[in-house]
Write a protein that binds this ligand. Structure first.
Ligand SMILES: Cc1cc2nc3c(=O)[nH]c(=O)nc-3n(C[C@H](O)[C@H](O)[C@H](O)COP(=O)(O)OP(=O)(O)OC[C@H]3O[C@@H](n4cnc5c(N)ncnc54)[C@H](O)[C@@H]3O)c2cc1C
Length: 384
């Protein structure tokens, strides 16, 4: 087994891992990032990039390069329920949409250009802490094993992972019944233009977000509750399109045929409850630390912001005496995200239930100023 020493090991090269690497590289640490998949790769995501994402890219001096990727600008939001009520609002903040395959590769390449060592494709299969040294085992594609010793380990491995079980995290046996699905649809198969709008359709135990990601494609992404439903996810979406005339009218017949056979990407049993942000001395960022309900369109922003919070805390403490670092990170993480996560979760549960959904849409329809207020509550509150 090969052996490697590094100051900080980061597990996962999504937005949380790459942003942590970019910020921490400013402090002169030797950083190694291990990513399981070959990039570009697909991720379950609506691919909407909120204001928090652009703010952090500006701080990292990568915003202009991001704009050169031609992300699609999104200015407005429209939610339509199964009874046809339409709630519209300007976003009043700077937002974009871009394929995650492009966005995540961009961030990881930026990290490499700032001297972060990236081992990819390779999977971290175990992490142990003994005194103040972490020992992690990594498997590469050819079954080659590497042992990495580090002063700190940051997990940025996403919403669910084999390491959750190995670290005995307290949510691993919980069943949420919430399932997410995403695919891309050519825009020439649409009956309506979606240029600068994110549109959300809500129906029986499902909500579906659509936004254009480039000149040719639209991302279709939905979350469904499988506690009642026995039919497959794709079929459930097709039935929602058939029964909801507002939803149906955006698709041509060719689009429906396309949806019947295109590759879809999904993940089941997504846990939106509270997680510990430090487990056995290992620090969690992004979805590993907390998953926010996707309706907020803010998971990527939160992943990147959590990496920034960690950076501001690490700056202040000695890596070899991390106990104070752990408690400060926990405190700032909760201050920054707890209200946001609770609001988004509440809205999600209201929308996935027919009675509460119909009442809330009728109320929001009568009081249009409520919507911008609610959107604001799912955005950032306090930052360190
Ligand atoms: C239905 C749905 C729709 C969503 N839509 C949006 C949206 O429109 N906008 C938005 O902002 N957010 C959205 N989100 C949330 C967003 O996708 C996540 O919050 C975001 O991807 C989190 O980034 P991350 O870096 O923490 O994890 P990820 O993006 O999941 O990245 C984790 C990385 O770690 C790697 N990895 C995993 N295990 C290992 C291992 N053991 N060793 C090495 N590497 C490993 C993976 O290959 C992956 O590349 C949505 C979520 C859902 C469920």
């Amino acid at each position: 087994m090969n052996q490697l020493f590094t100051d900080i090991l980061i597990i996962g090269g999504g937005p949380a891992g790459s942003t942590a690497a970019l910020f921490l590289s400013e402090l002169g640490f030797d950083i190694t990032l291990v990513e399981k998949k070959i990039f570009p790769r697909e991720v379950l995501c609506g691919e909407f990039l909120s204001k928090e994402v652009t703010d952090i890219m500006k701080e990292l001096n990568i915003y202009n390069d991001f704009l050169s990727l031609n992300p699609n600008k999104i200015d407005s939001f429209c939610a339509i329920d199964d009874s046809g009520i339409e709630l519209k609002s300007n976003l009043n903040f700077n937002a974009y949409a871009l394929k995650r395959s492009i966005f995540d590769s961009f961030l990881l390449e930026k990290a490499k250009s700032r001297n972060v060592k990236v081992i990819q494709p390779a999977e971290v299969i175990s992490v142990f802490r003994s005194n103040s040294v972490f020992s992690s085992e990594v498997i590469q594609e050819d079954d080659n094993k590497i042992k990495i010793e580090s002063k700190l380990v940051i997990c940025a491995y996403g919403k669910q992972n084999i390491l959750d079980k190995k670290l005995d995290r307290n949510f691993v046996d919980k069943k949420s019944n919430l399932n997410g699905v995403k695919f891309h649809l050519p825009t020439n198969l649409l009956e309506e233009k979606f240029d600068d709008e994110i549109r959300i359709f809500v129906d029986k135990e499902l909500y579906c977000g659509l936004n254009k990601v480039d000149s040719d494609e639209l991302t279709v992404c939905f979350l469904e509750n499988r506690s009642q439903s026995k039919i497959p996810s794709r079929q459930k979406l097709l039935e929602a399109i058939k029964s909801n005339k507002n939803f149906r009218k955006i698709f041509s017949d060719d689009a429906i045929e396309y949806i019947k056979s295109t590759n879809i990407y999904g993940t089941g049993n997504i846990f939106f409850g509270k997680k510990e942000v430090v487990e056995k001395g290992i620090i969690m960022v992004g979805d590993s630390a907390q998953v926010i309900a996707p309706l907020a369109g803010d998971g990527i922003g939160m992943a990147m912001e959590s990496a920034k919070i960690l950076f501001t805390v690490i700056k202040k403490f000695d890596l070899l005496k991390p106990e104070k670092l752990y408690s400060e990170y926990n405190k700032y993480f909760n201050e920054a995200f707890s209200l946001r996560v609770k609001t988004a979760k509440l809205i999600q549960s209201i929308i996935l239930n027919k009675t509460t959904r119909n009442i809330s849409f009728s109320v929001a329809d009568k009081f249009p100023s409520l919507l911008p207020y609610l959107i604001k509550f799912t955005r950032s509150n306090k930052r360190p």
